[in-house]
Design a protein around this ligand. Sequence first.
Ligand code: WT7
Length: 637
Amino acid sequence: MSNYHIKHLEEYFQVYRKSVHNPELYWAEIAEEHFLWRKKWDQVLHWDFNKPEIIWFQNAKLNITENCLDRHLSIRGDKTAIIFEPNNPEEKADYITYNQLHKRVCKMANVLKDQGIGKGDRVCLYLPMIPELAVAVLACARIGAIHSVVFAGFSATALATRIEDCQAKLVITSDGSYRGAKTIPLKKIVDEALEKSKVVKTVLVVKRVDIEINFKAKRDQWIQPLLDKASPKCPIEIMDAEDPLFILYTSGSTGKPKGMLHTTAGYMVYTAFTFKNVFQYQEEDVYWCTADIGWITGHSYIVYGPLLNGATTLMFEGVPSYPDYSRFWEIVEKHKVNQFYTAPTAIRALAKENLDFVKSRDLSSLKVLGTVGEPINEEAWHWYNDHVGNKNCPIVDTWWQTETGGILISPVPFSTPTKPTYATLPLPGIQPALVDENANEIHQNQINGNLCIKFPWPSVARSIWGNHQRYKDTYFSAYKNMYFTGDGAFRDEVGYYRITGRVDDVIIVSGHNLGTAPIEDAINEHPAVAESAIVGFPHDIKGNALYGFVILKETGQMRDRDNLSAEVNQQITERIGPIAKLDKIQFVSGLPKTRSGKIMRRILRKIAGKQTTEKDLGDTSTLLNPDIVQEIIEESY
Ligand code: WT7
């Protein structure tokens, strides 16, 4: 039996039993055999969900980049670590070997050091999907600086909030980014953000699109001349197992994003282990995850997980629709991709297009297909299976979260039989539980419940940056001694899990986790708006789209509604980013509220989803203003 690499179903069950029976022994054996440590741990695990406090590999010393890079050099130094596929298919792809990546990371690390960055400092990365982003992530980790990657689709305000929250000293950005036919002026967005937040001392700029940019004296400089001068050698900073590795922001149920804090050793062990098993990566394979490094999927399964396993990982700068809808499949064909990992929303968008885009490409290299980010509907699952996988590739529907660091529930391909729309079984070390409204664990099968995890796993986020109380309140307070995921799930007759969606105020749009509160806050800042409520409604491609119910102030009543709608969306674009724009906006005279003043989103959700019979709506008599419901229904879309 191999702890680290599961090869058949029998082995999965054996390994799973061991991991639950004696988690400490299980993870210690994996950690010992598959990673490089500067000092071993004193204790494998210490935990207390009440505080909450979770410590894995206590007092061990290591550097994650030594595990991602240095240790591979003697055995696979000339192997391609990163394939970079540019936005424009006419531009040449770049193949970066482990030797080259190591040098580039060291150079970047030295540049950061020269700028006064050291262990524990926060560095914000606001970059397109170009190799410099992966290099910068690793450069931070090499010197013990904490990276905070902000997805380069976020607005200046959103960027400023994140920079301010973690008090980043330095930002790395680029002049601009290419996305399909568009060029986006990233440096300009950073300039705007830094008008709002004054903590940043240094901005380093990668030249990518060659547009004119402003340089603020003493603060800004091109990064290339600094890299050219830097030494290609940089010793690792020796880190404690629980030293912070990165902060990554995710939305929550209040306006302020949560800076999820991930630490070093547990994150390393778990992302490496899950990458190996969920994708069944073999030494010669080419692996491609289409996510952006700005999300946790990119952190764990473009950068860290693959590189820890010495894999070849593909980074794609562009979008699936440019120059046309065959782009993904063209890339699979061109680089002979073996594992392909994407989002249901992308599959649904591509499935709408002419089948020739897929059929005209040779996809025979593919072995494993993956999905992540939201529930995959049956139709999309079958399209993926039939036309991309040619009924020959297991589909891994991987369930996890920014907070979990790595995949928790997923088939192990070639071992776990797949079932459309089911994430199937927990990976080793993961102990899921379904809990009912009375906070009791449900033990039977064929039942719905709120999804919790009963025991710590190595890559769980350890805190929310600067707000440990919020971490406790959000994840460890709803149910005693359990981590609460915020998701609902159904467990079938054999114990397979199907994730049914969020049970809180988070809405997943095109695989992006959006909180209602920050969007409502953004809308409410519009001078004509008195109050608003956002809910999700089913959407063919995005999974969910956003429906906003907006109450106007008296000053807004006379205004043209189309103009106001456009302004509301503009407001959202500026405060958060275009991903949070509303598909539908309805101006209403009131919102259904409980007597304690809480908006009844349940009712708004029904209206947005066109479920408006009395039976659908349920009891509305407890409302403070039951008449408003009929009025909203009559004026709804
Ligand atoms: C939420 C987490 C994990 C990386 C991308 C999103 C939903 C995620 C699945 C899946 C159904 C899923 C959940 C989860 N989700 N994967 N396979 N099936 N739902 O990370 O932005 O932190 O969002 O995404 O609702 O809680 P995130």
